[in-house]
Design a binder for this molecule. Structure first.
Ligand code: 5RP
Length: 224
């Protein structure tokens, strides 16, 4: 059921892809459905190119015959489609349970439009039900964990620190997100913090599927 909704959201979002576009491919189980759908479009003859936000997504896309570019050589992406762990009605999101938020944010920042796809369980009234993943420089782990505040937990895999595709570690931090922008500003100033999962300005729209019904949420234009 949840997978059906992930697939429905992904299929709806992929409808925004047009011929000739350069697409940003997200990471995670929902993004996988979107990559599958992009693969079908390519198989049916649509000409697009893509960049991936993780090694896993890159492998999946290549296996489906999608032409992949090295993001290091790409200035602008037309449209990025990615999952999220939480999203509110202002299109502010927490990402990074899959550990790819640093690459995801750099690709989102280079994108003319960034769309989140999610099943209804990810939609929240208030951000903060899940920890904020923070990518940290292993060299400075202890001092960064202290500086993070909140309740930081070093992410482990097989008893060892989890390593991102960039070779760094992740702290998952529970914060009171009354003022998420203040937390993001604080994280942005800690030396050795390389990225974090608070996506407060990057997401332009979200396709959210609940029991087969897909709703599109657009970030409202800034007032004034
Ligand atoms: C990876 C992410 C994922 O997009 C996010 O964790 C959602 O994953 P899923 O679709 O598997 O629930 O941010 O870094």
């Amino acid at each position: 059921m949840q997978d059906d909704d992930k697939r429905a959201a992904a299929d709806a979002a992929v409808g925004e892809i047009g011929a000739g576009m350069l697409i940003g491919l997200g990471t995670g189980s929902t993004a996988r459905f979107a990559i599958d759908a992009v693969g079908r479009l390519v198989r049916d003859g649509l000409s697009i190119r893509a960049v991936a936000t993780s090694d896993a997504s890159e492998r999946q896309a290549k296996a489906l015959g999608i032409e992949m570019l090295d993001f290091a050589r790409v200035e602008r992406v037309d449209l990025t489609i990615d999952g999220a762990d939480e999203i509110d009605d202002r299109c502010r999101a927490i990402k990074g349970a899959g550990g790819a938020m640093l690459r995801e944010k750099t690709v989102a920042a280079a994108s003319r439009r960034m769309i989140v796809i999610a099943d209804g369980s990810k939609q929240v009234v208030r951000l903060g039900g899940v920890p904020v993943p923070v990518e940290i420089l292993p060299f400075a782990c202890a001092s960064i964990l202290k500086a993070l505040g909140g309740e930081p937990v070093l992410r482990l895999s097989g008893g060892q620190p989890y390593r991102t595709d960039n070779g760094n570690w992740i702290a998952d931090v529970r914060y009171d997100l009354d003022d998420p922008a203040a937390i993001a500003r604080r994280l942005d100033t800690i030396p050795g913090v390389l990225g974090h999962g608070l996506f407060l300005d990057e997401v332009d729209a979200a396709y959210i599927a609940c029991r087969g019904v897909v709703t599109r949420l657009e970030r409202s234009a800034p007032s004034g």
